[in-house]
Design a protein around this ligand. Structure first.
Ligand code: SGN
Ligand code: CA
Length: 535
């Protein structure tokens, strides 16, 4: 009798425990899915949720309409692979070691996908990573080698390489949808990293957008003819001016034959279209041959300013043309989530690995801490938790994603991660958000585009930068009055106290994040050892 009572009590306890475990399990299964969409070099100026001067992006905009639009999101180091390393590790470049596109990613770094995978998330990555090594922490990946190609791209997979015929943005989406449809494990929450190559240079649109975009004319930015006066050496020395450094053949798609016949000494002649099939090439020629003919006829009468405008228009036509395909494909993924009733408990993020110049200051490309390359688009929706239609102007960074995702997945973040979870901002608990400055450090110099090394800090009101390697120059911009950053006020006596205050803050941030002169010298030494000495 006594024994029976004991057995019953034991079974009862087991039942309660099992029930608790099951409901805990259920709760953990109900952790949100994460769809992280990132394009490459997508300027916020080219998303209509921010501004529709250049293009309409109705699908990307849906994310902001149904969630939040961040107007003050930035990167810690405005270049591709380093930005991706910051995102995955939640650590600044000087800590995770991926300071530039050239150094290998140190795979002993712990990344947030590894932690999610270990804790029950199904994980997948499709598209551009640009690390030179395979990602860790993914159940499945299909990634472009290096920069990848727009047409008929090759992908690296766990089962070897595969080349797929078609247009890269469509293919990355097909792979993503195929995984969602056929290999998603319904019992698990998932992390999906859906990473576009577009709109990266050399800006090749999909055939369906050739006609529409090559016929468009775009408004000129009012700093297109910037002479870089009132600023330091770095802006004057950069090689990313549309008139002087954009390549007529590679970038503007004027054939080598025409360039030669016009006697133009272009810096580089090579064919970005060489991966196309014969049919794709024919379709391309149908649109681009007449552009070539027109250019040949008009070039002799062009001066610097008309050539600048012509190149800017050509640049915008192709760059924005690639974004039209990104937008359509983002729509396909959002639709799928809705059709499968996955949208309510899925957090969807749209961002870029950094910002980009669309003719502001006469530039293309990125790398600088000046606004257009420092700032990056960020749109987030999660119907279960985020109210629709919110605009958020707090200073957030790509550094913050890892800790945000870990918090959503109820996983404790490693203590050495350096970002801040965005969850309080999602829940409108801004009182617990106390960040008043962000840190930036760019390293890749000497290198293409010649943007000098610099670090700096940004507050909502000011930006202080130090170019420290081959020159020793400070720049200060007053963001309240000079939103286009046209006048360096560092030497202006009016700003003396502000400079002192910001320098103290900068030192405090460097101490907090563990950046130091010794570390800077160590990273410079790597370039010296490789013989990459500044000319
Ligand atoms: C390539 C581009 C550069 C660009 C870098 C880095 N040149 O080298 O214009 O700055 O990538 O871009 S290209 O002639 O190869 O197109 S990043 O996005 O990968 O960082
Ligand atoms: Ca990039």
């Amino acid at each position: 009798m006594k024994i029976n009572v004991l057995i019953l009590a034991f079974l009862g306890l087991c039942f309660v425990q099992c029930k608790q475990d099951a409901s805990k399990d259920k709760l953990r299964r109900e952790r949100p899915n994460i769809v992280f969409i990132m394009s490459d070099d997508h300027a916020y100026q080219a998303i209509s949720a921010y501004s529709n001067k250049l293009i309409e992006t109705p699908n990307i905009d849906r994310i902001a309409q149904e969630g939040m639009l961040f107007t003050n999101a930035s990167v810690t180091n405005s270049i591709c692979a380093p930005s991706r390393a910051v995102i995955l590790t939640g650590k600044h470049s000087h800590i995770n070691g991926k300071i530039d596109n050239l150094s290998p990613f140190d795979t002993t770094n712990i990344t947030f996908p590894q932690l999610l995978q270990k804790d029950g998330y199904q994980t997948a990555m499709f598209g551009k990573l640009h690390f030179g090594n395979a990602p860790k922490g993914f159940d499945e990946y299909k990634i472009l080698p290096g920069q990848g190609d727009y047409y008929n791209p090759k992908f690296l997979t766990q089962k070897g390489d595969t080349t797929i015929t078609g247009y890269v943005t469509d293919i990355i989406t097909d792979l993503t949808l195929d995984w969602l449809q056929h290999r998603r494990v319904k019992e698990k929450p998932f992390l999906l990293m859906y990473l576009h190559k577009a709109p990266h240079r050399s800006w090749l649109p999909a055939p369906r957008h050739y006609k529409e975009f090559t016929q468009k004319t775009f408004p000129l930015p009012n700093t297109l003819f910037d002479s870089y006066s009132n600023r330091g050496t770095a802006s004057k020395m950069a090689e990313m001016n549309i008139l002087n450094h954009m390549i007529l053949n590679y970038d503007n798609k004027i054939s080598a034959k025409i360039i030669d016949s016009l006697g133009i000494k272009d810096r580089r002649l090579f064919d970005p279209l060489d991966k196309m099939t014969k049919d794709q090439r024919t379709e391309w020629n149908n649109t681009y041959d007449p552009i070539n003919t027109d250019f040949a006829a008009n070039y002799p009468s062009m001066n610097d300013s008309t050539l600048m405008v012509w190149k800017y228009q050509r640049y915008m036509q192709d760059y924005l043309g690639t974004i039209a395909a990104v937008d359509e494909n983002v729509g396909r993924v959002l639709n799928y989530l809705e059709e499968e009733n996955l949208d309510q408990n899925t957090i969807v993020i749209y961002t870029s690995d950094q910002g980009f110049y669309l003719g502001e200051h006469g530039w293309f490309d990125k790398r600088f801490m000046y606004e257009e390359s420092f700032r990056t688009p960020l749109l987030i929706k999660w119907p279960n938790a985020i109210k629709a239609g919110i605009t958020e102007d707090e200073m957030v960074q790509n550094l913050d994603f890892a800790q945000t995702f870990l918090e959503l997945a109820e996983i404790e973040a490693p203590r050495d991660m350096q970002g801040k979870s965005l969850v309080p901002l999602f829940k409108d608990k801004k009182e617990s958000w106390d960040r008043d400055a962000v840190y930036y450090h760019y390293y890749e110099f000497p290198a293409e585009h010649h943007v000098k090394r610099h670090y700096g800090l940004a507050t909502k009101d000011f930006k202080l930068m130090h170019y420290y390697y081959d020159i020793d120059e400070w720049e200060l911009y007053d963001r309240r009055t000079d939103t286009q950053e046209m006048v360096n006020v560092y030497g202006d006596p009016k700003y003396k106290d502000i400079v002192s205050e910001l320098k103290l803050k900068l030192t405090a941030l460097q101490t907090e994040y563990g950046d130091s002169e010794a570390l800077r010298n160590q990273y410079i030494q790597i370039y010296k050892d490789k013989g990459w000495i500044n000319p």
